[in-house]
Design a protein. Structure first.
Length: 207
C-alpha cells in the first residue's frame, strides 16, 4: 500500500476545487480572482451601529449572537442542529464521523459569516449563508426519529424540532423572496430593515 497516495489524491482534489471556484468567479464576475468580497462591497448606512462598513467588518460577537438567535435570520430555521444525537451515533462510527465533519463545516461558516457586513443575507428568509446547516440538521432529525428517546420529554423535543423544520420549509416554499422588500423596507429606504426583520419575532417568517 502506498501511504503517499491519499495525500496525492487530496492534493489533486484541492487543485480541482480551486480551479472550479476560479472558473465560476470568471463566469459570474468576469475575473477568476474576483471573489465578490472586495473593498467596495458594503451595505447602506442605517440606524444599526455597524452598518455601512465594507467586507468582514462586523463584530464577531454580535454576528454570532445574531446568526444563532435571530428570529428572522438565525439557526432556528434548522432546529435539528440543536438535538443531542452524538450519543446515539456511538455505534455508527462512519455516521458519527460524517456528522462531526458536517458540524465542523457549519461552525466554520458561522465563524466566517458572523464577521461579514451582510451576515444576514439581506432580503432572504432565514440564514442565507448557512443553508448547508440543513444537511446535518436533517440527519439529526432522521436519527432522532429512527431511535426514540429515553423519555417522553426527549421525544417531545424531537417532535417540536421536526414540526418547526417542516414549518420553515413550508414558509420558504410559500414566501420565497417575493414580499421581503415590502416587509423589510417600511420606510422605503431600508432604514429599519435590520432591527425589524432580523430581531422582531412577529415579522419573522417563522412565526
Amino acid at each position: 500500500m502506498d501511504l503517499g497516495r491519499p495525500a496525492t489524491v487530496l492534493d489533486a482534489g484541492g487543485v480541482r476545487a480551486v480551479a472550479l471556484v476560479m472558473v465560476e468567479a470568471w463566469l459570474r464576475r468576469s475575473s477568476p480572482f474576483a471573489t465578490g468580497y472586495e473593498a467596495d462591497d458594503h451595505g447602506r448606512r442605517t440606524i444599526m451601529p455597524y452598518s455601512g462598513l465594507p467586507g468582514f467588518s462586523y463584530p464577531i460577537f454580535f454576528g454570532m449572537l445574531s446568526l444563532i438567535f435571530s428570529f428572522g435570520k438565525g439557526l432556528l430555521f434548522a432546529p435539528g442542529l440543536f438535538l443531542p444525537v452524538r450519543q446515539r451515533l456511538r455505534y455508527l462510527a462512519a455516521g458519527r464521523q460524517l456528522y462531526d465533519l458536517w458540524l465542523a463545516f457549519v461552525i466554520g461558516l458561522l465563524l466566517l459569516y458572523a464577521m461579514y457586513w451582510s451576515w444576514s443575507g439581506s432580503s432572504f428568509w432565514g440564514p442565507r449563508y448557512l443553508l448547508f446547516a440543513a444537511v446535518p440538521a436533517a440527519f439529526a432529525l432522521a436519527v432522532q426519529c429512527y431511535r426514540p428517546g429515553d423519555s417522553a420529554v426527549a421525544d417531545l423535543v424531537t417532535v417540536l424540532a421536526l414540526g418547526l423544520s417542516v414549518w420553515a420549509g413550508l414558509n420558504g416554499a410559500v414566501f420565497g423572496d417575493v414580499d421581503v422588500p415590502k416587509v423589510c423596507w417600511p420606510d422605503g429606504g431600508g432604514q429599519y430593515e435590520a432591527p425589524i426583520c432580523f430581531y422582531t419575532p412577529e415579522i419573522s417568517a417563522l412565526w
